[in-house]
Every structure is written in structure tokens, then in C-alpha cells.
Design a protein around this ligand. Structure first.
Ligand code: DGL
Length: 271
């Protein structure tokens, strides 16, 4: 079985890492990063939509099924069109973990951080409406975190990242919030920064910083089980192929750091 993963860049690796850490996953993995067009969140929606559809065409053409759209922006823009276009492929999408936060929030508020495209999409707005939590949710874009994650210059980065996170969080009385939902798969790369900034600006805050990676991993395992019930399951040795749409040395270094896989076989390819 070939499992496809897709993101604009490094962010989806936070989802892949969770899936790899889950012992039940022993499949060939093809991770496609559209490094040529990253970041998506601040670009024209039509352009991004077409880039995503082309990239998924490629993962389908090499035989991936299921395919994890390890990107909130791509999920909110394209998952319906992808499911219509490829009826036989199982697509696992990524949505901000708003439901988890809504179940646990008690009387507090939820801050959802995502890309500029995601915070505007009906998919997220409808979910908030359905959960009846419109008045308790604050939506905010935090696109620069994607830029920082994909940056090739690591000098002074932690300070810049912390300052940027602080410039967002300072706008809210964090004691009134129960959760910060990281609604972009790049953002969990900064979980430590979030914790240290919260500690710095509002030490009394009792706030959880959450993402959706665990839920996606569960959905993936369920999909693999479903395929195996349909006798389409072909066990294979776990091999990871990382494909980028532009050549980028820093991607190789960073992806190994994020996945912590120096001991395992990873093949890098250009598409
Ligand atoms: N990692 C992506 C997401 O979850 C895309 C970020 C971007 O390219 O702007 O939204």
C-alpha cells in the first residue's frame, strides 16, 4: 500500500511524524511538499486551488491510496473537489481541532490560529456554526509562522518567532481562554515557543495548545483497516519517499530533524 501525504511544505511532517510514531503504520509513505509554491495561505485562492489539484493528480498517478491532505489550507479549499474527482481514493483531511476544544472549554474561549485562506473558508465557519460556539471562538491568521518554518536562514529565528507569537497573543486576555487551536500543520513546530510566550506574558493562564495530528493519525489507521477489509490491503516494508517541487537543501535537513528519522531509509526526489 502506498500512503500519500501532502502539504505546501514542512508542516505536514508534523502529521506524518504522529502517524509514523503510531506502531500500527507500516506502509510505504510518499510525502509530497509543494516547496515551489509555499506558502499557500497568503496567495490567490484560485492559484492555490489549481496547484493543489495538480499535486494530488501526481500522488494518484503513482498509486497512492489513501491520501492524507496534511494541510488545513488545502483541505478547506479542495477536499470536496478531490472527493468528487477521485471517487475511489480515500482522502483524509485536516481540520482545526475546534471540536476537541469545544468539548473541553467549559466557560472559556478558544483562539484558533490558521492561515489567511483557512480562516475565511466556509468549512471552518460552518463547523463553528454547527458547534454553536461562534461567540466563544476568536479566529486569527498567523501566516508568518509558515514563513519562519520554511525559512532557510536560522539566525535569530527563535527570537523573531517568539516576538511574532507575542504580538498575536498580547491582544487577548489569555486567562479567559482554555485552548489555542493550531489550525495549520506548520504551527505545531512552534509549540515550545507558544508555551514560553504564554508563560512570559500571562503565567496565570491555564491554556492548552492543541493540534489535530492525533485525530488524523486515527482516521488514517481506520482507512487502512477499511481498505484491508476490501482486500485491497497489501502490507509493505515501511519506506519513506519525500518529494519536493523545487530543489531545496534545507528541506532535507529540516525534514530529518522533524521526523527524527536519521536511522531510517528516506529517499528524496524532485517532481
Ligand atoms: N501547512 C499548511 C496548513 O495547514 C499550509 C500553510 C501555507 O502554505 O500557508 O494550512
Amino acid at each position: 500500500m502506498k500512503i500519500g501525504f501532502f502539504d505546501s511544505g514542512l508542516g505536514g511532517l508534523t502529521v506524518l511524524k504522529e502517524a509514523i510514531d503510531n506502531e500500527a503504520l507500516s506502509e510505504d509513505i510518499y510525502y509530497l511538499a509543494d516547496t515551489k509554491n509555499t506558502p499557500y495561505g497568503t496567495k490567490d485562492e484560485e492559484f492555490v486551488h489549481s496547484a493543489i489539484m495538480n499535486n494530488i493528480d501526481y500522488l494518484v498517478s503513482i498509486g497512492c491510496n489513501p491520501i492524507v491532505i496534511a494541510c488545513n489550507t488545502a483541505t478547506s479549499l479542495c477536499i470536496n473537489d478531490l472527493r468528487k474527482k477521485y471517487e475511489n481514493i480515500i482522502f483524509i483531511g485536516t481540520e482545526p481541532a475546534v471540536k476537541v476544544a469545544a468539548d473541553e472549554k467549559l466557560n472559556k474561549k478558544i483562539l484558533v490560529l490558521a492561515t489567511s485562506i483557512t480562516v475565511k473558508q466556509e468549512k471552518l465557519l460552518n463547523l463553528i456554526e454547527e458547534l454553536n460556539i461562534k461567540d466563544e471562538v476568536v479566529l486569527r491568521s498567523a501566516d508568518d509562522l509558515v514563513r519562519f518554518a520554511e525559512s532557510t536562514d536560522f539566525s535569530n529565528l527563535t527570537q523573531q518567532e517568539n516576538e511574532y507569537i507575542k504580538s498575536i497573543l498580547i491582544d487577548y486576555d489569555l486567562e479567559k481562554f482554555s485552548h489555542i487551536v493550531l489550525g495549520c500543520t506548520h504551527f505545531p513546530l512552534f509549540k515550545k515557543n507558544f508555551k514560553s510566550v504564554i508563560e512570559d506574558i500571562c503565567p496565570k493562564a491555564e491554556i492548552q495548545v492543541i493540534d489535530g495530528a492525533k485525530g488524523i493519525s486515527k482516521n488514517l489507521i481506520n482507512s487502512i483497516n477499511r481498505l484491508s477489509e476490501r482486500n485491497e490491503y497489501i502490507p509493505s516494508n515501511k519506506k519513506i519517499t519525500i518529494i519536493t517541487t523545487s530543489s531545496k537543501d534545507s528541506f532535507t535537513i529540516r525534514s530529518k530533524q522533524i521526523l527524527e528519522i536519521s536511522d531510517k531509509e528516506v529517499e528524496y526526489k524532485l517532481h
